[in-house]
Design a protein around this ligand. Structure first.
Ligand SMILES: [Zn+2]
Length: 104
């Protein structure tokens, strides 16, 4: 009974294989609907995308949507819908209006 505690817990003892979880379903959210062909949730990288920069914002309570601060509307459907929206005449005019008004 000596006081040497050998209780060094290796942090890497837990299995961390969360990269390619295609067939093996780990302890992820076991939802039934795994039919998601495209990621349509809000991507933070969009905020730095030159096409969306300046008018795109995340919707706080809806990750599947983004909002256009220029048109004050919500866009759903992911990247392709955002691109479509960015090409709308109404939107282009609205973005110009935002930039012309005191937007620094
Ligand atoms: Zn817009």
């Amino acid at each position: 009974m000596d006081g040497s505690e050998e209780n060094i817990d290796d942090p890497s003892s837990e299995e961390k294989s969360e990269d390619d979880s295609s067939a093996h379903s780990t302890a992820k959210r076991a939802k039934k609907s795994t039919k998601e062909p495209h990621q349509k949730t809000f991507q933070t990288k969009w905020l730095s995308d030159s096409r969306f920069k300046g008018w795109l914002k995340a919707v706080p309570n809806d990750k599947s949507a983004a909002q256009c601060v220029a048109c004050k509307c919500v866009i759903k459907g992911g990247n392709s819908e955002l691109v479509k929206h960015s090409q709308r005449q109404k939107h282009i005019v609205a973005v110009k209006g935002v930039k012309n008004s005191a937007y620094r």
